[in-house]
Design a protein around this ligand. Structure first.
Ligand code: AMP
Ligand code: MG
Length: 394
């Protein structure tokens, strides 16, 4: 691990190998969180007809102010009525079709209706009418390729009457914790054992990144068992191992992977936590060897694995999205770039970041109270309280 890569160089190497997967047809009802492979266009104008923005009376603005005969009523969902005659008004519900001839709607609150007529104050042309196509015109793009479908994007597809979209296939991700000391939660620990927390954590991170995780039982630091488990894991699009990538005699992962034909792209990143991260490829499979310490695993996932999974889904910009805030307390620099687990506090119009006490890479309990990773560039000094810093929101 003589040469440590910078975080940026390591990410570039990962993204250089993370190719978009195939697309498939997905029902919009099942597409939450998916990335669209092709831009979707509206087959219809939205709204599809001039529609009333208010409960009120459709009329000709030129007839106002004045008293107009109520010629009929238009409920939402009813077909268009015949054209409005001059000096007539039509009662109309929100979402009702504004009849031909009408160019405005006077809200019910401003009129007085009596004996089949309404007294209407001066009303501007276009008032409370949503013109046909005013949200989006037929043929226009409603969701661009590479967009992740969240609630609003699903809504516009539904509004446009689209029932299915082409989405990139979700990456299949094998999650394999390694370590003889690992037991599953619920089991009784013997001396020297700990519970496997990385398996669940990484599977949950995979899910939030749009992947489909398969969790393997933790494998002991035994060569044959490790080989068998890694061999199965390599059938996935992405294999995530945790542990066994440092320099100890029980750290088998890299050697076994090399024997199984994994080409190592890098080992070692100049970051804290996460230095022992390794990344390789076999065929089209990406292979990440995450460090065993839970916080290191967590941070490496956010900085490298999440971007890879997003890129495999065709995300327009898969890279981590750093925001800018200010340090609430001073932060000492380190010879490596650090990612400090921190709390976000909004004070007036600035975002303050409070690094947690307890930044060691085994301290998952403390990390679990963080909602940000603050980037502290390598150096020998200290960043002062109030210094601008970049951070990732968790
Ligand atoms: P390693 O990278 O295998 O040397 O592991 C580094 C540290 O992380 C050791 O203290 C391990 O016990 C711990 N560790 C490894 N894997 C896990 C896991 N899946 N869950 C929790 N802790 C782990
Ligand atoms: Mg280990």
């Amino acid at each position: 691990m003589a040469e440590l890569l910078s975080i940026a160089d390591a990410l570039a190497l990962v993204l250089g190998r993370a190719h978009a997967l195939d697309a498939e047809e997905v029902a919009v009802a099942d597409a939450a969180g998916r990335f669209v492979a092709e831009s979707a266009t509206a087959p219809v104008d939205l709204p599809p007809f001039p529609s009333s923005a208010m409960d009120g009376f459709a009329l000709r603005a030129a007839d106002t102010p004045g008293t107009l005969r109520v010629a009929g009523r238009v409920a939402a969902g009813a077909p268009a009525r015949s054209a409005l005659e001059p000096h007539d008004a039509m009662a109309i519900s929100t979402g009702g079709v504004v009849p031909d001839g009408a160019d405005a709607v006077a809200p019910v609150e401003v009129v007085t209706e009596e004996n089949g007529a309404v007294a209407v104050p001066a009303t501007a042309p276009g008032a409370n009418v949503r013109p046909r196509g005013s949200d989006i015109a037929a043929g226009a793009e409603v969701v661009a390729a590479g967009t992740r479908l969240g609630p609003a994007q699903l809504a516009v597809l539904a509004a446009a009457g689209i029932a299915a979209v082409r989405c990139v296939r979700r990456p299949r991700v094998a999650v394999l914790p390694t370590g003889t000391e690992l037991r599953q939660p619920g089991a009784t620990l013997r001396a020297g054992e700990i519970y496997d927390s990385n398996g669940l954590m990484l599977a949950a991170q995979v899910a939030t990144a749009g992947g489909e995780a398969t969790r393997f039982d933790a494998v002991a630091d035994d060569e044959a068992a490790t080989r068998a488990a890694i061999e199965r894991g390599l059938e996935a699009d992405v294999l995530l191992t945790s542990g066994g990538v440092s320099v100890g005699e029980h750290d088998l992962v890299r050697r076994v992977e090399a024997e199984l034909g994994v080409e190592e792209i890098f080992w070692g990143v100049a970051m804290r936590p996460g230095k022992p991260l390794t990344f390789g490829v076999r065929g089209r499979s990406l292979v990440f060897g995450l460090p065993g310490n839970p916080v290191s695993s967590f941070v490496c996932f956010e900085l490298f694995v999440r971007p890879a999974l997003l890129a495999m889904q065709g995300a327009a910009d898969p890279r981590p999205r750093y925001l800018v805030g200010r340090l609430a307390t001073p932060a000492r620099q380190n010879p490596r770039d650090s990612l400090l687990r921190s709390r976000i506090r909004v004070a007036g119009d600035s975002v303050l970041l409070e690094p947690l006490t307890g930044q060691e890479s085994h301290m998952i309990a403390r990390a679990a109270t963080a909602d940000a990773l603050v980037f502290v560039p390598s150096g020998e000094g200290e960043l002062a309280a109030g210094a601008p810093v970049e951070y990732l929101q968790l």
